[in-house]
Write a protein that binds this ligand. Structure first.
Ligand SMILES: [Zn+2]
Ligand SMILES: [Zn+2]
Length: 172
């Protein structure tokens, strides 16, 4: 999605709005492809006192998988960005300044990069997801563990060690 903003360059107070869809369904996040729905990008460019300001929101509902309980769930995601558009760079590099090429900005590329950079490295169905019991495999958000009562041999060994420690302290 290319937007030509040439006619805004010398027109203070003017703005152009846009909306388009991005397809990120081929983007791999840790072996999953959560962006099955289109990402809708809505925004505008305006000339504010001679400066070209671009702002947009990219949003979708991801189909995510919880890292803790492995449940598949709908995960709304919205990313908002603002940039300055310039015909040339005045003083060096700046991440918030986007250079125009022949008065044109590649909105698709900007939105795609911004959205991908904002993807969470950790995905949880809820902040307090209890996860899955490693012993019996039950989803602890849905049911209670059936193996809790059976003593885990590793814990028994640890309990022994701790007991020894306290015994030694007592004899010192
Ligand atoms: Zn979960
Ligand atoms: Zn269990």
């Amino acid at each position: 999605m290319l937007l030509n903003v040439q006619k805004l360059i010398n027109a203070p107070g003017e703005r152009m709005d846009f909306q388009f869809q991005l397809d990120l369904s081929d983007v791999d996040f840790g072996g999953l492809y959560p962006a099955r729905n289109p990402v809708v990008v809505t925004g505008g460019v305006r000339n504010a006192a001679g400066m070209l300001l671009l702002e947009f929101t990219a949003e979708t509902v991801l189909q995510s998988v919880c890292d803790r309980c492995l449940k598949s769930f709908k995960n709304p995601k919205s990313v908002r960005r603002e940039y300055l558009l310039a015909e040339k760079l005045e003083n060096g590099e700046n991440d918030d300044i986007v250079l125009l090429e022949d008065g044109t900005v590649d909105l698709g590329d900007l939105a795609r990069t911004a959205f991908i950079l904002e993807m969470d490295t950790k995905t949880l169905c809820s902040e307090d997801c209890k996860g899955i019991c490693p012993g019996c495999g039950v989803n602890l958000n849905q049911g209670s563990c059936t193996c809790k009562k059976a003593a885990d041999p590793r814990w028994a060994a640890l309990a022994q060690l701790l007991k020894k420690d306290t015994d030694q302290e007592e004899t010192q």
